[in-house]
Design a protein around this ligand. Structure first.
Ligand SMILES: NC(=O)C1=CN([C@@H]2O[C@H](COP(=O)(O)OP(=O)(O)OC[C@H]3O[C@@H](n4cnc5c(N)ncnc54)[C@H](OP(=O)(O)O)[C@@H]3O)[C@@H](O)[C@H]2O)C=CC1
Ligand SMILES: O=C1O[C@H](COP(=O)(O)O)[C@@H](O)[C@H](O)[C@H]1O
Length: 506
C-alpha cells in the first residue's frame, strides 16, 4: 500500500472516537496500513499531540474489537499521530496545516499522497474542499482523496449543489462517499455469493423469485440525535442511502470477474430501472409511521414526540415501508419490499429472497414453506437457504431444513475497517458513486414531497412491535407477508428444523 498522510477533520469528535481510530488500529495490527503512514488530527480544541494520542488510546480501550494489549505495538501505532488546531472557516489555519503535512512527508521521506477524511457536519464539506484547493494542500505531487460521511444532501437539489461544490476541488474518482452498510462483511460478500455460485446466479431472476424483502429494524429510539433526526426522519436517515444501496447490491447481476466499474455501472442500471412514483401515488406504495410509547425488552419507553429535543407536534417519520419495482428483464413483476424503523421489537438487518412456489400455496397444510434465501447482515451474520424435506413417518408432511451457506468468521472486520482500508488502497467498489446518490435522491424526492404536503397518513405504532399494521397490509395485498416477524417464522434463526452447513464459494 502506498505511503499516505491521513488528514482527519473532526479528530476530536464522536465518530472518530467510536469508529475511525478503532478501524485504523485494527488495520494496523493486521498489517493493512501503509508502512509509512501518518495521521494529522484536526479540531478547534486546544489539544497537543499527546492529548490526541491519549484520546486515541482511550477510544481503542473502549471501542476497538481488538484491545491494545502490547504496549510496544500501541506505541508504534500512536507514534503516527500529530494534532493541529484548525478552524474550518479560517484560511490561515490551512497554511499551517500544509506546513505540518509537508514536514511529516519530508521526515518520513514519502510522496505527497493525501487522504482527507471529513468526519464533520456536512455543512462544512464545501468550505473544507475549497480551502484544501486554495491552500495548495490538494495540489501535491502525489494523489489526493476525499472521504465524506453521510448525509450527502438533504434532498435532490441540495445533494446536486453539494456535489457541484465538491467537484470544483475533487474529481469524482477522488471522492469516496462512505455508506457504512457497504462495508458490512456480508454485504461485501453478496457479489461473490452470486458470482461464484452458478446455481444462485441461475435462480436470480423473476422466473424463480416471488419477492425480495429488505429489513433494517432497530430497537433504539432517537437517542441523543434529536436535532439531526427530527430534520431527517427514517427516509433520509436510512432509506435513501443504506437501504437503497442494499437493494442495488441484491438486484445486480455480475459477471464472474467484475471490476469496480462494472459493479458501479450495474448498480446505476438498477437505479435507472426503478419505477418512479408520482407524488399523488406515494400513499399506495409507501407506509410511514412514528413510534408511540411502548416497551422494549420489558422496559417502558416514551413515544417519539416525548423524546428530549423533539417537538410535541413533530410529524417526522421513524418508520417507513415501501414497495418498489425494478422494470427490467430480470426483475419485472417481482416486488421489492423495504422497511426500516426505530423502537421496533428487535435489531435485525436482513434480506430475504422468497422463491416462487410452483405447486403449493405458502403455508399449505402439509407444512411446506416457500424456499427462502435469508441473508442476515446484522447483528448476527449468516446466509441460509430454507428448503423443504419430507418428514419420515406416516402423515407424509413436510418440514423445513436450513442450509448454512456462510461460515461466520471469528472477529471479522467491522464496516469502517473495510471501508477505510479500501479508501487507503484506492478501491472505490464499496463507496457510493455520485450517479447512485443522485438516482437515489431522484427516487426519494416524490416521497419527500408527499410527506411534506401530508399526502400520506402518519401511522402511530407502539414501541416494541414491528411497526404499523399498514406495513403488513402492504404485502398482504400482494399475497405475501414479512418473514420472521412472529416466532413461528423464526425457525431458520433457531435450532428448530434441521440445519446443514455447506461449503460454498464466496
Ligand atoms: N457519530 C456517528 O456515529 C456518526 C456520524 N456521522 C457523521 O459524521 C460526522 C461527524 O459526526 P460526529 O463525530 O458524531 O460529530 P461530533 O459533533 O461529535 O464532532 C464534530 C467534529 O467536528 C469538529 N468541528 C466542528 N466545527 C468545527 C470547526 N468550525 N472547525 C473545526 N472543527 C470543527 C469538532 O471539533 P472541535 O469541537 O474540536 O472543534 C469535532 O471534532 C457528521 O457528518 C455525522 O453526520 C455519520 C454516521 C455515524
Ligand atoms: O446510519 C445510521 O445507521 C444506524 C444503524 O446502523 P447499524 O449498522 O447499527 O445497522 C442508525 O441507527 C442511524 O440512525 C443511522 O444514522
Amino acid at each position: 500500500m502506498e505511503p499516505t498522510t491521513f488528514v482527519l477533520f473532526g479528530a476530536t469528535g464522536d465518530l472518530a472516537k467510536r469508529k475511525i481510530y478503532p478501524a485504523l488500529y485494527n488495520l494496523f495490527i493486521r498489517g493493512k496500513l501503509p508502512a509509512a503512514f501518518s495521521v494529522i488530527g484536526l479540531g478547534r480544541r486546544e489539544w497537543s499531540d499527546d492529548t490526541l494520542r491519549a484520546n486515541v488510546e482511550q477510544s481503542l480501550r473502549q471501542f476497538s474489537r481488538n484491545k491494545p494489549e502490547d504496549a510496544a505495538t500501541l506505541g508504534r501505532f500512536l507514534e503516527a499521530f500529530r494534532y493541529c488546531m484548525l478552524d474550518i472557516g479560517r484560511e490561515a489555519d490551512y497554511l499551517r496545516l500544509l506546513d505540518l503535512v509537508k514536514a511529516r512527508e519530508e521526515e518520513l521521506g514519502i510522496p505527497e499522497n493525501r487522504l482527507f477524511y471529513l468526519s464533520v457536519g456536512p455543512e462544512f464539506f464545501g468550505t473544507i474542499a475549497d480551502n484544501i484547493r486554495l491552500s495548495g494542500l490538494g495540489s501535491g505531487r502525489g494523489w489526493k482523496r476525499l472521504v465524506i460521511e453521510k448525509p450527502f444532501g438533504h434532498d435532490l437539489r441540495s445533494a446536486r449543489e453539494l456535489n457541484r461544490k465538491l467537484s470544483e476541488s475533487f474529481a469524482e474518482d477522488e471522492i469516496y462517499r462512505i455508506d457504512h452498510y457497504l462495508g458490512k462483511p456480508i454485504v461485501q460478500r453478496l457479489e461473490t455469493l452470486q458470482q461464484e455460485n452458478p446455481v444462485i446466479q441461475a435462480l436470480w431472476t423473476n422466473r424463480y423469485i416471488a419477492n425480495v424483502q429488505i429489513t433494517a429494524n432497530e430497537t433504539v429510539g432517537v437517542e441523543e440525535r434529536a436535532g439531526y433526526y427530527d430534520r431527517a426522519g427514517a427516509l433520509r436517515d436510512m432509506f435513501q442511502n443504506h437501504l437503497l444501496q442494499l437493494l442495488m447490491m441484491a438486484a445486480i447481476h455480475l459477471p464472474h470477474d467484475s471490476s469496480s466499474e462494472t459493479v458501479r455501472f450495474k448498480k446505476k442500471r438498477v437505479m435507472e430501472s426503478l419505477e418512479l412514483l408520482q407524488k399523488e401515488d406515494v400513499g399506495i406504495h409507501v407506509v410511514r409511521g412514528q413510534y408511540a410509547a411502548g416497551s422494549i425488552g420489558g422496559k417502558p419507553v416514551v413515544g417519539y414526540t416525548s423524546e428530549p429535543g423533539i417537538a410535541p407536534d413533530s410529524r417526522t417519520e421513524t418508520f417507513i415501508a415501501a414497495r418498489l419495482h425494478i422494470d427490467n428483464n430480470n426483475w419485472r413483476g417481482v416486488p421489492f419490499y423495504i422497511r426500516t424503523g426505530k423502537r421496533l421489537k428487535e435489531k435485525s438487518t436482513r434480506i430475504v429472497v422468497e422463491f416462487k412456489e410452483p405447486v403449493k400455496h405458502p403455508r399449505s397444510p402439509n407444512g411446506a414453506e416457500p424456499n427462502l434465501l435469508v441473508i442476515e447482515i446484522g447483528p448476527k451474520e449468516s446466509i441460509t437457504l430454507q428448503l423443504n424435506t419430507k418428514e419420515s413417518g406416516l402423515d407424509g408432511s413436510f418440514k423445513p431444513i436450513h442450509i448454512d451457506l456462510h461460515a461466520v468468521g471469528e472477529n471479522s472486520p467491522e464496516a469502517y475497517e473495510n471501508l477505510i482500508g479500501d479508501a487507503l488502497a484506492g478501491d472505490p467498489t464499496f463507496f457510493a458513486h455520485w450517479d447512485e446518490v443522485e438516482l437515489s435522491w431522484q427516487w426519494v424526492q416524490p416521497i419527500l414531497d408527499a410527506f411534506g404536503e401530508d399526502l400520506v397518513p402518519l401511522h402511530s405504532y407502539e414501541a416494541g412491535g414491528y411497526g404499523p399494521a399498514e406495513s403488513d397490509a402492504l404485502l398482504a395485498r400482494d399475497g405475501f407477508h414479512w418473514w420472521f416477524d412472529d416466532k413461528s417464522d423464526l425457525k431458520s434463526n433457531t435450532n428448530e428444523g434441521e440445519r446443514y452447513v455447506c461449503q460454498t464459494n464466496h
